[in-house]
Ligand binder design. Structure first.
Ligand SMILES: [Zn+2]
Ligand SMILES: [Zn+2]
Length: 113
């Protein structure tokens, strides 16, 4: 969960972060060690399940705005992991360093970035 403004995500990172939300839900609810895995992600500040549904919906709306297919609603009702754990500023720096496409989008959208 990058949780950066959705407008700066390149198509790949937008689709990728969206897919991670569904994977995380599946892991927590169905993987035999799902809760331990989620605990680990939460400790590293990678996830915050209190934001899972809202962030998913933001990503899905942005995908639709860009003409990408979205037909996978997410209605998370499971246990809480990582409340308040995500450092958006750090994630933003990390992402823009790793991805030239996201960095270019951020430069074009200074109010989002
Ligand atoms: Zn979805
Ligand atoms: Zn990117």
């Amino acid at each position: 969960m990058w949780c950066v403004p959705v407008g700066i995500l390149c198509k790949q990172h937008l689709a990728g972060e969206h897919a991670e939300h569904h994977q995380l839900e599946g892991t927590i609810l169905r993987h035999p060690h799902g809760e331990a895995i989620a605990e680990g992600h939460a400790e590293r500040g990678n996830i915050d399940t209190t934001r899972l549904e809202e962030r998913h919906d933001d990503l899905a709306a942005e995908m639709e705005r860009r003409g990408m297919n979205h037909d996978s609603p997410l209605d998370y009702d499971g246990p809480t992991f990582g409340a308040g754990a995500i450092d958006v500023e750090r994630n933003r720096e990390d992402l823009l360093e790793r991805c030239a496409d996201c960095a270019a989008r951020a430069r074009e959208r200074p109010t989002d970035a």
